[in-house]
Design a binder for this molecule. Sequence first.
Ligand code: ZN
Length: 330
Amino acid sequence: MPIGKESKKAISWADGLRIPVLGFSLAFQIQFAVAATCISKPTEDILVVLDVGHTATNPGATSARGVREYDFNVKLAQRVKEQLLLTGFSRTHLMVTQANGTSGLNQRADRANDMDADLFVSIHHDAVRDEYLTPWLYQGDEHLFFDGAKGFSLHVSTYGESLRLARIIADRLLGSGLNFTTVHQPSNPAGARVPFADSARGIYLRDGLVVLNRTKMPAVLVESGVIVNRDEELMLASSAHHALAAKAIAEAVREFCGPRETPSYRVINVAPDDVLNIRSGPGAHHPKIDSIPPNGRGLRIVSGCEGQWCAVDYNGVRGWVNRQFLGPER
Ligand SMILES: [Zn+2]
């Protein structure tokens, strides 16, 4: 489970910057997220830091069968690293640290910052508050378990690019057949009692986690599953799960750093028996060069807008259309 060292850093509520572009009206405001540094780089130049949660001397939670969380974290992080290398992220760095406490947490974030890492992914395995654990005997020894929670969870300290990365990881994990846990939501006393950043994907808002709020790059903490759950512990220890989780994370990183789709537009407010004119310049006095049917789709703005007119590409034809007839396609 994550180490809950609190800091005073305020939550950034800005999910990107809402900027009016080139005189766009309210309907045409486009949300620009602050770009992640990896997007402009070749895959082999992208530095992904995989932070192994906890240390050998302060190993975090203990599983239902007495295995240290740190040992789970090391194995999964190594497998994720292998998968990232196979995916082409040849600068992937496995961060294993020895220092405990706040200084150790600061050190993790500072090292990633000093390395100019593009992404920071911290690997953990989950547990619940001690008072919810129940003793049981396993191979003659008493251990503690809690079977009332299972599933992965993701944690971010801000909205914006960290949340975008977390959403992609969550979608990959969900698409692999895994489920997320709701144990950390405020109404559940057994977990961390923190708000959801995305309740449909098991992503929680954790502004108090040092490795998330001190790092300067998109950062996500992954709780791969609940190791105090007796059934889930067995699954989490399996090589099949390691492979599945590693593939999901590596593919998510590739998707996150890949090219972003240019927004596309459709024709609106044009009568069924009319067309939208494409003109050679930004105004009705410019010659008409083509037209778009009233149900036309797939227009892309290619070089911005001037006043009411936008330069568009429609099926390879480039020209200017009046933006009052354009609506976002998605
Ligand atoms: Zn942990």
